[in-house]
Ligand binder design. Structure first.
Ligand code: ADP
Ligand code: MG
Length: 698
């Protein structure tokens, strides 16, 4: 193992490097830009660019790229070399402030949801100095925001940064009003836990469903699944352990604080969690982590699957988004703390999050909606599609006492100055580990657990930040102008009223049960089960009002994003349907016929020897396969027709419902027929690796 402190961040142009490489005044100016979001002057940018290039070249880089996150969900990069020819036939390695600050990639092939129809194909990438540059495969990568000629966001980072600004602004305002005048800014922090599968590369190459869609569309369950619970936290197999070790090192070099790794519930499933960071950096790091996971897997003869549901019948993969807010003075606003003053502050922010999640539950649900994640949410392996909050017994008791204006008794007997309610210092262990809750308070942060494993965490955090910013601004409006001596009571009343109005969203029970579905309906909570059902909520007037008010999305940006999401859903299902058809026609049917032919040949062969040799069992087997084959052919025809029909539909929203309600259902039936044939077919006839082979031979 290499020396960790030495390699950690060795490929990052981080603060330490900047301090040594930059002239003092330049460093100071840059820090100011990073911390206070101020404009960076051209001469400063030039000086930074020179230092950055020198450092990059010293570390083996020959190219630079503006690294950005278009609406494809992946990251994008276009590489330019540093070389600049000299008169005498040589080259210099050059990089200017202009090149650092702004890039102009051709944006025409990135999704814009119609945004670009009215303007140029050109897009701009703009340096985001709040996320450090790094070297990847010999290229200096500069994190950037990506927007259109007219300034509309074409990426995931821009709205995220806007939402962080909105939250900071509203949080500072409220803190100042309730008496905390020292705070100047508030950042949101995120620690995303990432789940993934590792399977053998040779198996992957033989499965066109995995190649084209990231998930298995066919495959009978292995005789053993995850029912023995023997994989979770189990011993790492040496090949996997080697992979994880290598992965950690690669991430550390990039300054990604990979901290925890373990086996997950399903066979071949694992998890990696970093230490939390500011949301912006955490989002970039999570994108990089997913990329590095795949790359390192290749080196080890694996393929890393990040799809939400690669295998039917066993758990899929998600991402837990741990989230909190911290002031520039270092106070975690969701830490209940030990002293009464902090408690009041904590309770205000807690109440704000509760109200935000209740008011914008549809958006929260939407932020995690995708074709892949539809297979998990509500499927008793991931939180239900109903968004609710888990607070744990102790905090719930506190909330209830506030609601009833009762004194909350704690063992420590501390009380708030007003003699009202107080909450005990929280030890982390007092919060239960309720894995069924979509949004759980876990001691000093909330854990949003509905996210899919493959998606960027930018979207959910943009929505969460904006919703909380909105509620904070409502709180400020209520409290503004209150005299200092009345403030405690006003705050207390605000917290109580908020809890009374929004306690319906709090649920500490088992979210996997049918009773909860019914109870949630009684409480008037959304239960938006599928992506087509939830997507239209984005353009609900209340939600348009939210994002435009806080300057996070313009209305046209919202329209474009809505269209992109719908399109993506439909395209995903279309590819899945076509891939399944190709497997059925070109792989399963021929294999079944071949097997049936071999049975028929055996029967004929025996009969030719002597009519007295028994062929009864062979005939039964042949009959079985022939019968299943007929079913398969019928189901495949239905699927064929459904896809053809989909291809003729034009209205995107109607199409999304058609894919969900009809195509997916037909695919399920065709799969059942193919998988049943697999059960009766000898391995040697199987056209692709089985679940048994893929999941238990690593
Ligand atoms: P778990 O038991 O869920 O694994 P951990 O303490 O390991 O809990 O935390 C899970 C994730 O939450 C880690 O990525 C951790 O860094 C992150 N986390 C901890 N505190 C905060 C915070 N204040 N804001 C955001 N994320 C946090
Ligand atoms: Mg967790």
């Amino acid at each position: 193992m290499s020396n960790v402190p030495e390699i950690y961040g060795s490929l990052v142009f981080n603060d330490k490097i900047m301090k040594t490489k930059l002239p003092k005044d330049v460093y100071k100016a840059l820090r100011k830009t990073i911390e206070k979001n101020t404009h960076l002057e051209a001469d400063i940018a030039n000086a930074v660019a020179v230092a950055m290039k020198e450092w990059a070249v010293e570390n083996g880089a020959t190219h630079f790229t503006h690294w950005f996150q278009p609406l494809t969900g992946f990251t994008a990069e276009k590489h330019d070399s540093f070389i600049s020819p000299t008169e005498n036939g040589g080259v210099l390695m050059e990089f200017s402030g202009k090149e650092l600050i702004k890039g102009e990639p051709d944006a025409s092939s990135f999704p814009s949801g119609g945004l670009r129809a009215t303007c140029e194909a050109r897009g701009y990438t703009a340096w985001d100095p709040t996320s450090p540059a790094f070297i990847k495969d010999g290229t200096l990568c500069i994190p950037t925001a990506f927007c259109s000629y007219s300034g509309e966001a074409l990426d995931k980072k821009t709205p995220l940064l806007r939402s962080m600004d909105a939250l900071s602004k509203e949080a500072v305002k409220l803190l100042n009003i309730i008496g905390n005048k020292a705070v100047e800014s508030v950042i949101t922090t995120v620690g995303p836990e990432q789940e993934y599968f590792l399977i053998d590369r040779e198996d992957f190459k033989k499965r066109r469903d995995l190649i084209f869609t990231g998930r298995t569309l066919l495959g009978a369950p292995a005789p053993k699944g995850q029912e023995m619970d023997d994989h979770y936290f189990g011993m790492l197999k040496s090949r996997v352990a080697d992979y994880m070790k290598d992965l950690d090192e690669e991430l550390w070099k990039l300054g990604i604080p990979a901290k925890t790794k373990h086996n997950e519930v399903a066979p071949c499933q694992h998890e990696l969690a970093p230490i939390f960071d500011t949301t912006n950096v955490a989002v970039d790091h999570n994108q990089l982590t997913m990329e590095v996971m795949k790359k390192v897997a290749e080196k080890h003869g694996f393929v890393c699957l990040l799809h939400e549901k690669p295998f039917a019948g066993i758990n899929g993969s998600g991402k837990h988004n741990n989230w909190s807010m911290t002031t520039n003075l270092g106070t975690n606003l969701l830490d209940p703390g030990k002293t009464p003053a902090e408690n009041t502050q904590f309770l205000v922010f807690l109440a704000a999050v509760i109200k935000a999640v209740d008011d914008y539950a549809d958006l929260m649900r939407l932020s995690v909606a995708s074709a892949g994640n539809d297979h998990r949410l509500g499927a008793n392996e991931a939180p239900p599609a109903i968004i609710s909050i888990f607070l744990g017994d102790e905090l719930t008791a506190v909330i209830e006492s506030i609601e009833k204006d009762e004194f909350f008794h704690t063992s420590e007997k501390v009380s708030m100055q007003t003699g009202a309610k107080v909450i005990p210092h929280f030890t982390r262990d007092t919060t239960d580990r309720n894995r069924t809750s979509p949004f759980a308070f876990t001691g000093n942060k909330f854990e949003f657990r509905s996210l899919g494993s493959s998606a960027s965490v930018a979207g959910p955090n943009t929505i969460l930040n904006t919703a909380v910013a909105e509620v904070l601004s409502q709180f400020s409006a209520k409290l503004q102008g209150t005299a200092e001596e009345d403030m405690e009571k006003a705050v207390h009343d605000l917290i109580r009223d908020t809890i009374v109005a929004h306690k319906r969203v709090i649920f500490n029970g088992n979210g996997y049960t049918e009773e909860w579905v019914q109870e949630a309906e009684k409480r008037g909570l959304y239960n938006l089960r599928s992506t087509p059902e939830v997507l239209p909520r984005f353009l609900d007037p209340k939600n348009v009002e939210l994002f435009t008010k806080h300057g996070v999305y313009t209305e046209s940006e919202m329209n474009s994003r809505h269209e992109i999401k719908l399109e993506k859903y439909c395209k995903t299902l279309h590819i899945e349907g076509k891939t399944m058809l190709s497997m059925l026609h070109q792989e399963v049917m021929p294999a079944a016929r071949k097997y049936a032919d071999s049975l028929a040949a055996s029967i004929a062969g025996r009969k030719a020897v002597s009519s007295s040799i028994s062929c009864g069992s062979l005939e039964k087997q042949l009959e079985k396969i022939a019968g299943l084959y007929d079913v398969l052919v019928t189901k495949t025809e239905v699927l064929d027709e459904a896809i053809l029909k989909a291809e003729e539909m034009e209205d995107l929203e109607a199409l999304s419902f058609f894919y969900h309600d009809t195509v997916l259902a037909v695919m399920e039936e065709a799969r059942a027929a193919a998988d049943e044939i697999e059960v009766y077919m000898p391995d040697e006839y199987m056209p692709y690796p089985t679940y048994t082979k893929m999941l238990f031979y690593v």
